[in-house]
Ligand binder design. Structure first.
Ligand code: SF4
Length: 606
């Protein structure tokens, strides 16, 4: 039998409060790797194109990957795939921690959650035994408190995935919290809320099969040696991704005041150094992670894991917040309410710009002076969004819908792609990163292709084919990690050779597999999510960016005056379709689907 996989999925119907154990075919497991690959294929096969994201017919596929929980560094990622309420397209998001490890030890590679419970429930999977608990005492409870309460009740050996008030109130960018870490993008928490599923708790004692355990251990030692001897290792331990604030400001890609500026005059007040000097308590890591990039911070009597760079950029500079203490507290509020800090910061910054332009007045904003830099306005708006109170109900729909409701042509600076709020990079002088955002399957998220470092390497104003090829390569290799169930940081930040992951896969499963083979499967999955999106009505025009990046020059700093060149970018996009084997409407050709083996791909049990 193939190792790494449990070859079992647990299908849970919340409408009937019933669970069914299904055997998973080896061919399916291998062809779609795991994590987001499994999620995409199950949604493609089982969710009709007309299904509303909040309908009981929508599903959530929760899955680690074949490397989750094994003797492999950083192998605790859990992926949540669903139809996103923000984009109405395929969506996924992942969290670190250990949830997927316990899920596998409980006997399952994946949970397939369908239906909708009549009353709030908690799904408990205890070493393969399934039960449903009444969630009425937890419903309404903030995420971090709910996780604590659940562990107190069930035991510390359970790993949990919970939603907060934002998920319960169907805020379109609600997050799922796993051990204090967030699967935050695409509104996966809102879909969980629509199913009245407050929490999932898992634990298990079963061994996860490994084909060559001694080889895995040897590779583990080698990889850890590489990681801890890397020159950047210590800074990663001390600051995690917060170290990137300085870099982003220096290279003019730090979103500031709703992406109007690309540098922030107070960046030193919200960077990793200020965090270390004032709020940082310790670091924290996921399963078998030597890096432990998570930063635990304290303000007053509040303790929270975070912020990360993305949070500093979107709640910090993008809302013009000038204090790391305020940043930590806003991060805490988002985590407690169960909100994505990226979408929250993006959407509130948009509203702040509307207010400052006079498109909104205090009458519309519930009496709040929604000005950049106002921590009171920011925190109050976070609360209002989570509870859909007053003006918060408009922002709870996401920036795309909010701009339609506010009008005044505000969609030209409504910073999203396909409905997903743009994360922490200004792309006016970064054509490769712009292409990555425009073409990402879930909307504008950097984790699909963090191409900005290539822009820095080869030129901020070049639009060549090399950039298109690099974006496509990244769109295969980065999501590959989300399929395997491991963190990408050892590779992308600490230069661990990606061939290690092919070897880990080979030793875990017993199937000799090269990096090229894994990348080919990841390409297949990329085309599959494209098919889901096309089936749900996606048009090529949506592979595009807000007008601001083409029309509003960077106003200050070393790159003053630059915008993205519309004509050159259009040519890049055409080349992207061509190199992908898609037609001019962005539809994969039949020949491409045949080449990828998507026309006769296996389903979960076949
Ligand atoms: S590097 Fe950070 S995100 Fe990645 S596994 Fe380690 S602690 Fe988790």
């Amino acid at each position: 039998m193939v190792g790494g996989y449990m070859l079992k999925a647990l299908r849970v119907n919340l409408s009937k409060l019933k669970a069914l154990i299904q055997g998973v075919s080896e061919r399916f497991a291998v062809e779609f790797i795991g994590g987001r690959g499994w999620g995409a294929k199950i949604l493609y096969d089982e969710v009709e194109s007309w299904v509303h994201p909040f309908s009981p017919e929508n599903k959530i596929v929760v899955a680690g990957g074949p490397l989750s929980g094994l003797t492999i560094p950083c192998s605790g990622k859990t992926n949540f795939s669903t139809i996103s309420p923000l984009t109405n397209l395929y969506g996924d998001s992942n969290a670190g921690g250990k949830f997927s490890c316990e899920l596998k030890k409980s006997g399952f590679d994946a949970l397939i959650i369908e239906g909708s419970a009549e009353k709030p429930v908690i799904l408990v999977v205890d070493d393969g035994r399934v039960s449903f608990k009444d969630a009425s005492t937890l419903w309404g409870m903030p995420s971090l408190d709910a996780e604590k309460a659940l562990k107190e009740e069930l035991g510390d050996d359970f790993q949990t995935a919970v939603i907060g008030p934002a998920g319960e109130n169907l805020v379109k960018y609600a997050a799922i919290t796993c051990g204090g870490r967030q699967a935050a993008r695409c509104g996966v928490g809102a879909v969980m809320g629509s199913k009245r599923l407050k929490a999932i708790a898992v634990r298990g004692d079963k061994p996860i099969p490994e084909a060559e355990p001694e080889s895995l251990k040897e590779m583990f030692r080698e990889a850890v040696r590489w990681i801890i001897n890397h020159p950047a290792f210590n800074l990663w331990k001390r600051q995690g991704t917060m170290q990137s604030v300085n870099w982003a400001n220096e290279v003019s890609c730090l979103p500031t005041r709703n992406f109007q500026e690309a540098t922030f005059e107070d960046f030193m007040k919200i960077n990793g150094d200020s965090m270390e000097a004032s709020t940082r308590l310790r670091n924290k890591g996921c399963h078998l992670c030597p890096i432990r990039c998570g930063q635990v911070n304290r303000v007053g009597d509040v303790v929270v894991e975070g912020p990360e760079y993305e949070t500093a950029a979107m709640l910090g500079s993008n809302c013009a917040l000038s204090s790391v203490e305020d940043l930590v507290y806003a991060n805490y509020l988002c985590d407690q309410y169960g909100l994505d800090t990226i979408s929250t910061g993006n959407t509130i910054a948009f509203a702040m710009e509307c207010f400052e332009r006079g498109y909104l007045t205090k009458t519309e904003t519930d009496g709040i002076k929604l000005r950049f830099g106002s921590v009171e306005a920011l925190n109050e708006m976070i609360r209002r969004i989570a509870y859909r109170k007053g003006f918060g109900a408009i922002l709870a729909e996401g920036v795309r819908v909010a701009s339609v409701k506010i009008g005044h042509s505000s969609e030209r600076f409504s910073m999203h792609v396909k409905g997903l709020e743009i994360s922490g990079y200004d792309v006016r002088a970064a054509p490769a990163m712009a292409l990555a955002y425009a073409t990402a399957d879930i909307g504008a998220h950097h984790n699909r292709a963090w191409a900005i470092t290539y822009d820095l390497k080869v030129g901020r104003e070049t639009y060549g084919e090399d950039k298109v090829r690099w974006v496509i390569y990244l769109q295969h290799i980065r999501p590959m990690f989300d399929c395997l169930g491991v963190c990408r940081f050892p590779w992308v930040e600490l230069d661990l050779d990606p061939n290690y992951y092919a070897k880990f896969y080979t030793y875990a499963t017993g199937l000799k597999t090269s990096l090229e083979q894994l990348l080919a499967r990841s390409e297949k999955i990329w085309n599959l999510t494209r098919l889901i999106n096309l089936r749900r009505g996606l048009r090529a025009e949506e592979d595009w960016l807000p007008a601001r990046v083409f029309e509003d020059p960077i106003p200050s700093g070393p790159l003053k005056g630059l915008t993205l060149n519309r004509e050159a970018f259009t040519q890049m996009l055409k080349k992207y379709y061509e190199l992908r084997g898609w037609d001019e409407r962005g539809i994969p050709t039949r020949a491409k689907l045949e080449e990828l083996g998507l026309l006769d791909a296996p389903s979960l049990t076949s």
